[in-house]
Ligand binder design. Structure first.
Ligand SMILES: [Zn+2]
Length: 104
């Protein structure tokens, strides 16, 4: 088995698994229930982890998942005006409406 993906959110890991399922890559989630309630932050050592069952699928899985993470796991950005964390999909700060590209 090879670890191909991990994320603090089980939702993200489950999404990654369904992408691999679509490609008929056999995979399992570990630590599925370790992080408590959905959305709750967990220490990194108990993040849900996605493993492929067959080592030979590792590369194919990583390529497939690089598309998934480009779509939906872009890094959050922190507002230069008020330091709030914003999802990558927001162009302006949810808190103070400052532009993401505000000069520092
Ligand atoms: Zn802000």
């Amino acid at each position: 088995m090879k670890l191909v993906y991990t994320h603090q959110s089980l939702i993200m890991v489950a999404q990654a698994k369904s992408s691999l399922d679509q490609l008929s890559i056999r995979c399992v989630i570990h630590n599925e229930y370790a992080s408590g309630a959905m959305g709750e932050l967990a220490p990194i050592d108990i993040w849900p982890e996605l493993f492929v069952l067959h080592d030979r699928d590792e590369e194919r899985a990583r390529i497939a998942l690089s598309y998934v993470s480009a779509d939906s796991a872009a890094p959050e950005w922190s507002c230069k005006a008020c330091s709030s964390l914003n999802p990558a999909t927001f162009d302006t700060c949810w808190h103070c409406a400052a532009d993401q590209c505000l000069p520092a």
